[in-house]
Design a protein around this ligand. Sequence first.
Ligand code: HEM
Length: 245
Amino acid sequence: MSGSSSGSYVVRFNLHQRVEHFITMVVFALLCLTGLPQKFYTHGWAQGLVHVFGGVDATRWIHRVCGLILAFSTVIHFGGAIAGMLSRKMGFTMVPSKKDFEDAIQQLRYYLGATDKHPQYDRYTYKEKFEYWGLVFGNVIMVITGFALFFPVQAASLLPGQIIPAAKVAHSNEGLMAFLVITVWHIFNAHLNPDVFPFDTSMFTGKVSRERYEHEHPLELARLEGRVPAEHGGAPAVHGKREVG
Ligand code: HEM
């Protein structure tokens, strides 16, 4: 069960979440490897990649099949999240809250030395929520413009013809931005961040050490262990023989 503590580690992601991330990771990589060469078709590396995929037609079809998988997995993800929240099996953990804005300001003040109190995070930090909603809106733009490019005749029969070149510009540039955001921001957070360097395995094993969880998500850890968080006047968490916090 995700969100359970067993003394030395916390299960942060359940099997469903890990499989979903793995599918998104592979499909997104293939979409970039088959889409970006189409954008930069005059470059040697792009022609090389198209050759590897078996030529332009094969590259385009691999891109389209991956596009359909991304569209389908996006619908499944949202359907599951909305059903989970409506049936109260899932909390609104990803919905930005007032605390997220306060945490962002607090962290900035902490980095600037204006306070020595680092914000105490719950299940998802403001950065993780920002990244998640960036992916959500990016996916929606890529799927809608992708379908317009996939079915241009049908799209132009429903909407003004200018929608096709507009979809191409939006798709092409949002695609490049998505690639840059994932390779710079996400890879930093998941691999180069000093707290997890060289590799954050949590999205593959589902587990995070209790010590790291105490550092990164103290409010959720306190809730999982039935304690009042230190920030709300509770006793500091105990780790091994040493008082923490
Ligand atoms: C986040 C994922 C995606 C990325 C990074 C991406 C990237 C790209 C890029 C860079 C191009 C070339 C645009 C140009 O020529 O300048 C392209 C074309 C295209 N994309 Fe995507 N794309 C993604 C998702 C999708 C989805 C979800 C679909 C369909 C549902 C799709 C369908 C298409 C189509 C039909 C084209 C036109 C070229 C062709 O016919 O293959 N793409 N994509």
